[in-house]
Design a protein around this ligand. Structure first.
Ligand code: HAM
Length: 427
């Protein structure tokens, strides 16, 4: 026994092992194809950024910045750094830094881990993964609609039903300011029902106060002035332009005037796709327009809109529908006897791979019986046997592992040089 005490992984940070990791890879490949279909290009930004990027970009008075960021001081140079809690701020920083969005608008996506120190539960982790999509330099509402139509296609591709779309418009700064003043007045009038957090936030982020889950505050929240009622003609036209395009595409949605999102950079369009099939964490995807963020982070003003999907939640849904395939380890499993048999099997396996088949050669020299057990457990379609008789005849024995009993009983003998072609025809 080792003296070393084993070290557990961190709370809320999952390991993904086979066969589940295969579902991830399948999903990632499908997502890349889906994004390519709309001309989105991949961007890779660092996991670590300066803390001030997120405090500035996401907003000081947000849950993420106030209590969920993994931040630390770099002991080597005193820099204050943060593990990205989302992609948008980093992508915008990078686009500004590389002068990437002024010559023409850009359709960008990123995929990977993000970090938030939340209380873990189903669908909520401290390291989770997002598919993040950003359309930089487009004023909309055509691109806003494109993003949503795109998402509806993804749900279709994955065979997911029961994901509904909630929409809202957060208007422009002046509209939000007028609403904010009315809202603060409302909150002050009902200060006796506000909990501690609400009182603390009522002057700094009154909109978030309405996002409360506290039952004692629901009546106050329901009677609060709605930002949507403060929208001027231009903002309304933007919203209606989006709705018209969603109608064209046959996409149903509901206006949720209480939808404000947890990040401060949004204006006009905001949306979430929600389901009841994930317990308390039912939001699969959230996004919206952030026309002010590029300028706020030091760039030349340019409009933008985007969204992020929580990949763990998406996979959970996909697995519930039984559609997340877990591919077998290999298609052909080669079993063998003796050193000459092993070496012939290794040569044949290379030929099978040349033909595009996934092949696994049993490693080590165990008996046939345990090799067959491994072959079966691998999920392979066929076992290829190379023993003394096969070497003498120059032909492998092929045993089909997944066919019905009568078929499976039939073994075939296939000349070594025919094997790859023969199997390729039948798998
Ligand atoms: P968000 O709403 O904070 O938006 O996160 C997007 C999605 O990430 C959520 O809808 C959810 O599916 C997933 N998610 C969030 N927190 C967790 C967690 N702790 N565990 C598992 N999944 C989680 C953003 O991040 C924005 N950057 C989206 C955006 C892009 N807006 C414009 N462009």
């Amino acid at each position: 026994m080792s003296e070393f005490k084993k070290v557990a992984g961190l709370t809320g940070m999952k390991d993904t092992l086979p066969p589940e990791s295969a579902s991830w890879e399948t999903l990632e490949a499908l997502v890349r194809d889906w994004l390519a279909g709309y001309g989105y290009q991949n961007m890779r930004t660092p996991v670590l950024e300066h803390t001030r990027l997120f405090t500035r970009g996401i907003g000081e008075v947000t849950d993420i910045v106030e209590k969920e960021m993994y931040s630390f001081v770099d002991s080597l140079n005193e820099d204050r750094l943060t593990m990205r809690p989302e992609f948008t701020a980093g992508i915008v920083r990078s686009a500004i830094e590389h002068n990437f969005l002024y010559d023409r608008p850009r359709r960008i996506y990123a995929m990977g881990p993000v970090f938030r120190h939340e209380r873990p539960q189903r669908g909520r982790y401290r390291q989770f993964h997002q598919i993040d999509v950003e359309a930089l330099g487009f004023p909309g509402p055509d691109v806003d609609a494109e993003l949503i139509i795109m998402l509806a296609r993804l749900w279709r591709l994955l065979g997911l039903a029961d994901i509904r779309l909630e929409l809202n418009s957060l208007g422009q700064a002046a509209e939000r300011a007028a609403h904010r003043a009315a809202l603060i007045e409302h909150l002050e009038k009902h200060v006796d029902v506000l909990d501690e957090e609400a009182r603390r936030r009522m002057h700094t982020n009154p909109l978030r106060v309405l996002d409360t889950k506290n039952p004692a505050m629901q009546a106050m929240a329901n009677s609060a002035p709605r930002l949507f009622d403060f929208l001027g003609a231009e903002s309304l036209a933007h919203y209606q332009g989006l709705c018209a395009r969603l109608d064209d595409a046959g996409i149903t949605y509901t206006l949720n005037p209480r939808l404000v999102r947890g990040l401060d950079y949004y204006n006009l369009t905001v949306f979430e796709w929600v389901t009841d099939r994930l317990g308390a964490q039912g939001t699969v995807c959230g996004g919206g327009r952030y026309d002010g963020l590029i300028e706020l982070l030091g760039g030349k003003a340019a409009p933008a809109v985007g969204f992020a999907i929580g990949m763990e939640r998406l996979l959970d849904l996909w697995q519930q529908d039984g559609a997340a395939p877990t591919p077998a380890e290999c298609q052909v499993y080669l079993v063998h006897q003796g050193e000459a048999g092993q070496r012939q099997a290794a040569r044949l396996a290379e030929a099978l791979r040349d033909a595009g088949l996934r092949a696994l050669v049993h490693a080590g020299s165990t008996g046939f019986k345990s090799q067959f057990r491994r072959a079966d457990a691998s999920g392979a379609e066929a076992a290829v046997i190379i023993g003394g008789d096969e070497l003498a005849a120059g032909a492998a024995t092929v045993k089909w592992l997944r066919r019905d009993a009568a078929d499976a009983a039939q073994q075939e003998s296939v000349a070594f040089e025919q094997l790859a072609h023969h199997l390729k025809q039948r798998i």
